[in-house]
Design a binder for this molecule. Structure first.
Ligand SMILES: C[S@@+](CC[C@H](N)C(=O)[O-])C[C@H]1O[C@@H](n2cnc3c(N)ncnc32)[C@H](O)[C@@H]1O
Length: 300
């Protein structure tokens, strides 16, 4: 069996059944009331799109149904911190007032759909991903070709400073979202990535970077079973932050760019995704492993 076949195997810990990660009420609401999918069809629709996308590229986000988590509003968190809820309302208002939102490494762009469902104008939302094919999966999943503008989805390498489409957005973004993107890169490239974020944002106080990344209470490089499908360049390891190291990264990038950032970050055990600690620990590897959600705001 070739290694390419292995990473697409459905018999591995990064491929769950929908019952192990059922859609949250907020995601179900999105499918039923934004995408107009009949309640009885929600599960089969989700499974069909997931399987088709998994064959295309087996990202853990696809196999684990992480694309059904609305990272921005944090609806899947057990006790969503008040700062996350209020930040979501603030972002919604910024967009209603004409601001621009860019979802980086957006894949199916579920956070964009949630914002538009909640009243954000479609003219102010943009998505970008290395793999433009994911935009088509997103349209199939959410059935909204008549709502979201195709030319607001930009296929590009986010680290490429000359990428067409992204270049035009430089200095114009109010809120940049990065859910499960940062950990794809080495620590060195994470710094370049954060600097790209800063270049894309308006050069002013109050602009925000929101999102999530895989985390570990012991920050550092760790082995990852399916690194080939996850990490840039197929390294066998992934750099995982804890809250302190992530804040330190923002401090360093701030110093190197002459900017300052207030970084609020929370560590979550991965178990919450599979319904709680009582469920089989089939894919969250160790006790210290989880993910970090964050809201970073420019202060200077
Ligand atoms: C782990 S997935 C997360 C997807 C989505 N944000 C979510 O949470 O469901 C990482 C995404 O980043 C994209 N990506 C990886 N490297 C990238 C790069 N250099 N530039 C832009 N996107 C990239 C991948 O194609 C993939 O869609």
């Amino acid at each position: 069996m070739s290694s390419d076949t292995d990473i697409r195997s459905k018999n591995q810990p990064f491929y769950l059944s929908l019952s192990q990660h059922p859609p949250t009420p907020a995601f179900r609401d999105l499918l039923e009331n934004y995408s107009k999918i009949l309640p009885k069809d929600v599960e089969t629709h989700l499974e069909a799109i997931r399987d088709s996308a998994w064959t295309h590229h087996p990202y853990p986000s696809i196999g684990l149904f992480i694309f059904t988590d609305l990272g921005l509003s944090g609806d899947d968190l057990p006790n969503t911190p008040q700062e996350i809820t209020s930040t979501y309302s603030t972002i919604l208002q910024i967009l209603k007032d004409g601001g621009k939102f860019l979802d980086t490494g957006c894949m199916f762009a579920q956070d964009i759909r949630k914002l538009v469902h909640d009243g954000a104008p479609s003219t102010g939302v943009y998505g970008t991903d290395l793999h433009g094919e994911y935009f088509d999966f997103g349209y199939e999943l959410f059935r909204d070709k008549n709502i979201l503008l195709r030319d607001h989805f930009i296929a590009a390498d986010i680290l490429d400073e000359n990428a067409a489409g992204l270049k035009e957005l430089e200095g114009r973004i109010d809120v940049l979202n990065a859910v499960h993107l940062i950990h794809v890169f080495s620590l060195e490239d994470q710094k370049l990535l954060l600097k790209r974020f800063i270049a894309l944002l308006k050069p002013e106080r109050g602009v925000m970077v929101t999102g999530r990344l895989t985390g570990n209470l012991n920050a550092g490089y760790h082995e990852l079973a399916n690194a080939k499908a996850t990490v840039k360049g197929g390294r066998a390891e992934i750099f995982e932050h804890n809250v302190e190291s992530f804040k330190k990264l923002w401090g360093e990038v701030g110093e190197e760019t002459g900017t300052r950032w207030d970084c609020k970050a929370w560590f979550w055990r991965f178990g919450i995704h599979t319904g709680g600690e009582d469920k089989p620990a089939n894919w969250h590897r160790k006790k210290e492993h989880g993910f970090i959600s964050f809201v970073v705001t420019r202060t200077e």
